[in-house]
Unconditional design. Structure first.
Length: 329
């Protein structure tokens, strides 16, 4: 009998982590999910039974896994401005101490590790679209710096472990991703607009609406991550959809999709909010033969149908979690 390969996925109860858990179970792996539920939700993984086990744990603490591990995917981190502005120290710790612990585990288990980095390492970019060799324009002491710098450090320590210890490492720079299981009120533009539409509220744009984003459907993102993990490339790779749209035009798309009559209202742009975000995916096309396949209209309809299926209680629920039990000193 062929022994199943074992993969540890941190942040498994989160948006991307849960979809990755689905994919690896479907591919025949034995998946060990890990999450401390600081932003994750058990409902995202409760459907997983066979070839899936779960450990509730904070990766900033020592990590012990019994038995062999073939792969580790580190997706534990707050990922929306509401989260990392509310829990800045935990955000820094999961990117630094958490990554350190997981790299140590990869070394001990002789496992390949893929680190989830982000387009936020480019900051408010002066190069457009963003290529992997662009070093970024980040305000280290601004309110968003806790997330940006945590991810930049994460990349640095990952490459240090690769060079010094010979660990097999992969780094994915994730651009805006959307789909079912996003938290409706997490502050990001897609769930924000859709939630406002469902509640009959006006859509809120911060700034003049001319800032741009590029949205990648979750199935495409997962495919890119899966192919990158199995590749031989150790340096960062952008995975995202290069189809750029302004937030103002996107708001009009949402109004059309939802069939609502809401107005668009404007508020001040938050500090250090990037004005442009568009990946150059030439490297992903060349290295792993990857490009997004899901049309935005199709992906947005699936996502909106998911949000429509939520209960009224979930629709009106705020994101004011109690973080007092977590080590954020």
């Amino acid at each position: 009998m062929i022994k199943k390969k074992r993969v540890l996925i941190t942040g498994a109860a989160g948006f991307l982590g849960s979809h990755l858990s689905d994919r690896f179970v479907a591919e025949g792996y034995h998946v060990i999910g890990m999450d401390n539920f600081i932003t994750g939700d058990i409902k995202n993984i409760k459907h997983l039974k066979d070839n899936f086990e779960f450990i509730e744990h904070d990766v900033t603490q020592f990590i012990k896994i019994e038995g062999d591990l073939d792969y580790i995917l580190h997706f534990a981190s707050p990922a929306s401005p509401i989260d990392y502005l509310k829990i800045p120290i935990q955000t820094l710790k999961v990117g630094s101490l958490g990554t350190h612990n997981l790299l140590g585990l990869a070394k001990a288990k002789k496992a390949r590790i893929l680190i989830a980095s982000t387009s936020e390492i480019y900051g408010d970019p002066l190069v457009h679209p963003q290529t992997e060799d662009y070093y970024g324009n980040v305000n280290t002491i601004g309110p968003r710096g806790v997330y940006d710098e945590a991810k930049r450090f994460q990349e640095s320590i990952t490459m240090a472990y690769h060079r010094f210890h010979g660990i097999e490492t992969r780094i994915v720079r994730i651009f805006n991703t959307y789909g079912p299981r996003m938290r409706l009120n997490d502050g990001r533009v897609i769930p924000a607009f859709m939630g406002q539409a469902l509640r009959g509220e006006d859509l809120t744009i911060f700034g003049d609406g001319l800032q741009t984003r590029s949205f990648c459907y979750v199935d495409d993102q997962v495919e890119g991550i899966y192919k990158l993990l199995l590749s031989d490339y150790v340096y960062p790779v952008n995975i995202g959809n290069p189809h750029e749209i302004s937030i103002k035009d996107f708001a009009e798309e949402i109004i059309k999709l939802t069939g609502t009559k809401q107005k668009v209202i404007y508020k001040d742009l938050p500090i250090d909010d990037p004005l442009q975000r568009q990946p150059d995916i030439s490297l992903a096309k060349k290295l792993i033969n990857w490009r997004p396949k899901t049309d935005r209209k199709e992906g947005m309809k699936i996502t909106f149908d998911y949000f429509k299926s939520l209960s009224k209680q979930e629709l009106y629920k705020s994101e004011h979690k109690d973080f007092s039990s977590y080590s954020i000193k």
